[in-house]
Design a protein around this ligand. Structure first.
Ligand SMILES: NC(=O)c1ccc[n+]([C@@H]2O[C@H](COP(=O)([O-])OP(=O)(O)OC[C@H]3O[C@@H](n4cnc5c(N)ncnc54)[C@H](OP(=O)(O)O)[C@@H]3O)[C@@H](O)[C@H]2O)c1
Length: 272
């Protein structure tokens, strides 16, 4: 069981009684984000496709913390999913104070070898649905003059990674988009932040079809620590955070290297 389940979790913003939507809550970082928000007193709406997983987590959170925990089974990889998410929550009379756009996946392999259909589904989920959700929920939050949005990108946002070409390019979009949106929406009372995890111990690599070597797994961070860093950054109004000191140091160093070298290192670290 995660340490994040301890009662009385606190953030800089008191989230007690606030309502949060967490996408990709059936696994990994999303499940931990939901646990930590619920532990701090927020009501949560858990979104993903695997309803059984969401129901199990909702039951766990209700019994551990007593707040409301609802389930919304939705395929966010379909066109119009961002609007469908808004319709089923905000549009159904449940104002959303905190939106966490965490659902996402990558595919490991050479661009030309990966099925184009799967690549386009990835871009739809990781970029288009995230953008659409920010638009719809952003309008509602702007009208209320308050709200928090956390978008989950990756340290891949700083890298061009062979064998994760569209994934890391997409995460660069999420990072740049989130930083610009943070600037635009802050005067309207809406806080936007972007969490950039490094390699994290979740189902991500299995879904990506990436048979990682044991030395690569030594760099994994646990999902609870990653989620905590993201929520702390959001409530501290930081537009961007890289999860973990070693990931931060690595991304800082990359700034001073030629781009071609960055791609070469990235290929050695993550691409193989
Ligand atoms: N783990 C890492 O190393 C790492 C590193 C950098 C960034 N990230 C990012 O962190 C985020 C969370 O990933 P994770 O590591 O926690 O991976 P994960 O354990 O595989 O979780 C991914 C979540 O996304 C949901 N999801 C996937 N496709 C979906 C769809 N079409 N509709 C609705 N939900 C969908 C999954 O739920 P269902 O399958 O039940 O739908 C699951 O809850 C992603 O955006 C990922 O890109 C991860």
């Amino acid at each position: 069981m995660s340490t994040s389940l301890s009662r009385g979790t606190r953030f800089r913003v008191d989230v007690k009684g606030l309502r949060a939507v967490v996408t990709g809550a059936s696994s990994g970082i999303g499940a931990e984000l939901a646990r930590q928000l619920a532990a701090a007193g927020a009501d949560v709406i858990l979104v993903a496709r695997r309803k059984d997983r969401l129901e199990a987590l909702a039951a766990e959170l209700r019994s551990a913390h007593g707040g409301a925990a609802e389930v919304l089974a939705l395929d966010l990889g379909l066109p119009g999913a961002g609007k469908a998410l808004w319709d089923a929550t905000e549009g159904a009379g449940k104002p959303i104070d905190i939106l966490i756009n965490n659902a996402g996946f990558g595919s490991h392999g050479a661009f030309l070898d990966l099925p184009l259909e799967r690549t386009l589904e990835q871009l739809q989920l990781n970029l288009v649905t995230l953008t659409e959700s920010c638009h719809h929920f952003g309008h509602s939050m702007k009208a209320r003059g308050r709200g928090h949005i956390l978008n989950v990108a990756s340290i891949g946002a700083w890298l061009s990674t062979p064998n994760y070409a569209t994934y890391t390019a997409g995460k660069a979009y999420v990072r740049n988009f989130s930083e610009a949106l943070a600037f635009e929406l802050r005067p309207m009372g809406v806080v936007v932040s972007c969490l950039c995890p490094g390699p994290t111990d979740t189902e991500f690599v299995d879904v990506a079809g990436h048979a990682m070597k044991s030395w690569q797994k030594k760099f994994f961070m646990d999902a609870g620590s990653c989620a905590r860093i993201g929520l702390e950054a959001l409530f501290a109004e930081r537009p961007n955070v890289i999860a973990g000191a070693s990931n931060k140091a690595m991304m800082f160093t990359m700034r001073f290297l030629p781009r071609r070298t960055v791609t070469w290192i990235s290929a050695r670290m993550m691409g193989s």
